[in-house]
Ligand binder design. Structure first.
Ligand code: HEM
Length: 534
């Protein structure tokens, strides 16, 4: 007998009620049995999936370090929501290669200097993957996800934006921002906070957004737009915390992050359109966008002359011939600069101010040489060459980057089975994450590695440890902004040393490392600022 052949609930239809009483015992049993089979089937599938996930984890793990089993499916996903530096450190210390599995994604961690270098330098086997969320925020067709020749070619076209000659042109804009922000900080500290120490990490992030926007898109971005980007940027960083979460659910961190990213892309697109007009009219080059657009315009002019059959002297050929880029393409690329710079530079800025306040003897040396090179005039401009020759300023920046490397991990995707050692092959499709931290805290390269000793960059051998210097990665994807980033930090701390005094309230969390994409002091750095009186 057909029991309730319709999809209507039997209890919703009174006519069905009397039929129910006519059901014989056999059909009741068969109904129970049938639904039991469905449940059993579902349970069997679930157990099978858990067993498969577990089996694949153990199989892929092979001989390397890692937990002997994983929490079903999610693995240590919840830990990645609240990342803990000590847990990462324990993982790195557990062996040159170790592993975890999150949502069936197998992740290998490469800890030692040589293992990390091997990953960075094996483009035949790996390509950058950042985290799943980054594809959504930066857009999957962003140049940073390009691989092989396509990546090399695209990157070549960007090199002109970071030459020493170009970097020199960005310095006045950066000085302008530092002058303005240091004044604001004093006001904020003395008037609003009444001289009290308050966590300053967020203020460093605002400052770095402003400096970056000024360097990347100059005055094309209004102060209001810069403020909006600065205010919303932490949503983008927070979205990246959800490492490997595969989809964007409404009202989650990833969702808010995506909205903020779309807003930044729109702003930078508008800047690109304005730069095209201004550069075509012969405007002065002041920011990265100007250099890029001018290069496009010069390349286009040159191509047109050649096409017209004009005889053009080789000296008139632009040093880099590039194609025409749309406003959105330019915007996506400039966004990668902001994305790559924002967290890392904010991290270094925070540690630098904290460390200098805690070690006034080094700050005094920085101040003395900055004043000397400017003949006592705290607002006198400096050239890039002069800046880089300030030995204590350079040493404290380098040592901060070594002692507290902002980027502790760089995720890569394994393109094909990667025999990373004679005994172990990382399977295709896995994520492999080299860490920079262990190489930078290697006792052989940097004696007393866990202590802040800037002298090692002046009288020691730190500069010779090029293999250990992984702060900016190595290989085909090494940091495009590394010279700019270091010069910018030197300019920042040099100017601060002359213009302001600041004091750090040391707490029991000041030296504890918090992981928020990059690393920060756990207490967010309690500071107070005032104008320098002498
Ligand atoms: C203290 C500041 C910074 C640190 C510690 C840092 C560190 C890094 C690291 C570790 C990588 C990955 C390298 C690799 O995979 O081998 C990277 C890539 C990159 N960085 Fe930086 N970075 C900093 C600032 C900047 C700035 C200011 C910019 C731009 C103006 C920038 C632009 C980039 C770009 C575009 C890439 C990707 C390059 C590629 O895939 O070819 N970075 N950075």
């Amino acid at each position: 007998m057909a029991v309730n052949a319709s999809f209507v609930s039997p209890t919703a239809d009174a006519k069905v009620a009397h039929l129910m009483t006519q059901l014989d015992t056999n059909s009741v049993l068969s109904t129970i049995f049938n639904s039991f089979s469905v449940w059993r089937l579902l349970l069997t599938l679930l157990v099978g999936a858990v067993a498969y996930d577990q089996f694949m984890y153990v199989y892929r793990k092979g001989s390397i370090e890692g937990p002997s089993w994983k929490a079903p499916f999610i693995g240590p996903f919840l830990e990645s929501v609240h990342p803990d530096f000590t847990k990462y450190y324990a993982k790195w210390a557990s062996g040159p290669l170790s592993c975890v599995s999150v949502f069936h994604k197998f992740v290998v961690i490469a800890s030692t200097r040589d293992m990390a270098r091997k990953i960075f330098n094996s483009p035949a086997f790996v390509k950058p993957c950042v985290v799943d969320a980054a594809h959504k925020l930066l857009r999957p067709n962003n140049w940073v996800f390009l691989d092989g020749k396509a990546h090399v070619d695209y990157r070549k076209g960007l090199n002109g934006l970071f030459t020493r000659q170009a970097l020199e042109q960005y310095l006045p804009g950066q000085e302008e921002i530092y002058n303005r922000y240091f004044e604001q900080w004093v006001n904020l500290s003395q008037v609003e906070n009444k001289g009290k120490h308050v966590p300053w990490m967020q203020e460093f992030r605002f400052l770095i957004t402003a400096v970056s926007c000024r360097t990347f898109v100059g005055h094309y971005c209004s102060d209001e737009a810069v403020k909006k980007i600065a205010d919303d940027y932490y949503l983008i960083t927070a979205a990246l915390e959800l490492v490997n979460f595969p989809i964007i659910l409404p009202f989650t961190k990833s969702w808010y992050g995506k909205k903020a990213a779309d807003m930044v892309l729109e702003e930078f697109s508008k800047c690109a359109a304005k730069a095209k007009v201004r550069m075509a009219a012969g405007g002065k080059k002041e920011c990265i966008l100007d250099f890029w657009v001018d290069n496009m315009i010069q390349s286009e002019k040159y191509r047109k002359r050649i096409e017209a059959g004009e005889k053009v002297d080789d000296s008139e050929k632009p040093s880099m011939l590039i194609r025409w880029f749309s406003d959105l393409e330019i915007s996506m690329t400039i966004f990668t600069f902001l994305f790559a710079s924002q967290d890392a530079t904010s991290s270094s800025a925070t540690w630098l101010f904290q460390i200098m306040a805690d070690r006034p003897e080094f700050l005094e040396k920085v101040r003395a040489e900055n004043l000397a090179v400017r003949n006592g005039d705290i607002h006198a401009p400096v050239s890039l060459d002069t800046l880089e020759k300030l030995q204590w300023t350079r040493a404290v920046v380098k040592e901060t980057l070594r002692y507290r490397p902002p980027v502790i991990m760089v995720p890569y995707l394994v393109k094909k089975d990667f025999p990373v050692t004679p005994e172990y092959t990382i399977p295709k499709g896995a994520m492999v994450v080299p860490t920079t931290y262990m190489a930078l805290h290697d006792e052989e390269a940097y004696p007393n590695a866990d202590s802040f000793e800037p002298e090692r960059w002046i009288t020691g051998t730190a500069d010779q440890q090029t293999k250990n210097w992984l702060v900016f990665g190595t290989g085909p994807h090494y940091c495009l902004g590394q010279t700019y980033a270091q010069a910018n930090l030197m300019l920042m701390i040099g100017k601060a040393s002359m213009m302001i005094d600041w004091d750090h309230k040391v707490t029991d969390k000041s030296e504890v490392i918090k992981v928020f994409a990059t690393i920060f002091p756990m207490d967010d750095c309690f500071l107070t600022f005032k104008n320098r009186t002498s």
